[in-house]
Design a protein around this ligand. Sequence first.
Ligand SMILES: *[C@@H]1O[C@H](CO)[C@@H](O)[C@H](O)[C@H]1NC(C)=O
Ligand SMILES: *[C@@H]1O[C@H](CO)[C@@H](O)[C@H](O)[C@H]1NC(C)=O
Ligand SMILES: *[C@@H]1O[C@H](CO)[C@@H](O)[C@H](O)[C@H]1NC(C)=O
Ligand SMILES: *[C@@H]1O[C@H](CO)[C@@H](O)[C@H](O)[C@H]1NC(C)=O
Ligand SMILES: *[C@@H]1O[C@H](CO)[C@@H](O)[C@H](O)[C@H]1NC(C)=O
Ligand SMILES: [Zn+2]
Length: 443
Amino acid sequence: MDLSRLWLGLLLPVLAALDFRYHHQEGMEAFLKSVAQNYSSITHLHSIGKSVRGRNLWVLIVGQCPKEHRVGIPEFKYVANMHGDETVGRELLLHLIDYLVSRHGKDLEITNLINSTRIHIMPSMNPDGFEAVKKPDCFYSNGRENYNKFDLNRNFPDAFEYNNISKQPETLAVMKWLKTETFVLSANLHGGALVASYPFDNGAQATGALLSRSLTPDDDVFQHLAYTYASRNPNMTKGDQCKNKMDFQNGITNGYSWYPLQGGMQDYNYVWAQCFEITLELSCCKYPREEKLPFFWNDNKASLIEYIKQVHLGIKGQVFDQNGNPLPNVIVEVQDRKHICPFRTNKFGEYYLLLLPGSYVINITAHGHDPHLTKVVIPEKFQTFSALKKDFHLPIQGKLDSILVSNPSCPLIPLYKVMPSHSVATRPGLFLFSMTLLLIFFK
Ligand SMILES: *[C@@H]1O[C@H](CO)[C@@H](O)[C@H](O)[C@H]1NC(C)=O
Ligand SMILES: *[C@@H]1O[C@H](CO)[C@@H](O)[C@H](O)[C@H]1NC(C)=O
Ligand SMILES: *[C@@H]1O[C@H](CO)[C@@H](O)[C@H](O)[C@H]1NC(C)=O
Ligand SMILES: *[C@@H]1O[C@H](CO)[C@@H](O)[C@H](O)[C@H]1NC(C)=O
Ligand SMILES: *[C@@H]1O[C@H](CO)[C@@H](O)[C@H](O)[C@H]1NC(C)=O
Ligand SMILES: [Zn+2]
């Protein structure tokens, strides 16, 4: 890299191309198209589908090779405004885009981040809802739902209960999108509270529901992820900033302990798309006045960047057969961290496992073969812009790529039917239940 350019960039203030006001669909599109044009080598703009009213669901990708996946480069995403009246995340993501592209080649940290990560940014998953809100309002408004009056964060398949809700175009577009990329890490930006909430949002006895919580086998990683975000946001980390609402220690919470919900997007990402997702509640007021936006950007900038870097936690690599051909669809999991739908290699034979430093046993199982167990140690000081890299060569003959396009061991019937514990699962106690009535309209 040209060092003189780097120094110049650090010394000169970066001129903001984007102002602090709400951008409606037209203004948002104009901004995204202008970014895609001015920074064409590191960005790619595409629409993953349309809302009920035919508005595009735009995603801007930032990365060294923005148009396609490269082996070893993890896929990261941010999605905002799935509740149309929760608007802070939508504007923050536009500012994040501006920040990333304008510092590429000037700021070493951002340059490294873009070089090592493919970052997908969707400022609005519910553009119809946003346009339906008449004026800024701190509380629930009809713009929460999509045009057909469906809450999109209750509209996904659910691992614990049968979710008999008709899938909306916005939901179907996201479900299809998740199949096209191997997303590793994600966050979903909301408003109405100030907290980083992690899976599960729904649960059963097996996940801890009797104790008013619902934990994944990756709970240590999820707590770390939520803490990474909350601890860098000066108001979120205090945990008690929204008046008359719940206190959250360190600004983080398990989704189910806060209040259970069915058909949420974060559980869906984790269970069906092997993507770790958390839910970020960024503002006590859902739709604050635009004069407040610079303060929100200031409070969230460091968190938004640091959270993206977490996609490089743990270990990654490829699985090959004895002839050096990559093996897709092979189960790669850590022993004692079995997922409801086992995590599998993608079509390039790649796996990504988000793990904190420590020693683990990796269990690799190709269809029809014995499990292959290997001990690995994730060092204390992980490299910031790459997970530990480890490829595996299995002593088997390939020809496995013919197997199954869809994930064969992912339950097609709802899990609760096969979980013996379901019938005795309970909801959190009466106190929490009454809190639920007050809080039900946030995440
Ligand atoms: C793109 O470049 C044009 C012309 O220099 C400029 O007016 C515009 O603000 C730029 N847009 C962005 C988003 O950087
Ligand atoms: C970008 O990343 C690759 C590895 O993915 C590395 O070899 C290269 O040096 C990096 N380039 C810059 C400019 O950091
Ligand atoms: C799903 O919902 C429809 C209409 O709300 C209802 O008629 C149907 O019985 C439900 N199916 C199941 C399996 O619950
Ligand atoms: C965070 O809290 C401080 C002190 O209460 C307040 O001045 C600031 O505006 C808050 N930040 C946001 C984004 O609301
Ligand atoms: C390894 O993974 C396979 C497939 O999920 C599983 O059947 C097996 O029990 C696991 N073995 C160990 C020792 O964990
Ligand atoms: Zn929300």
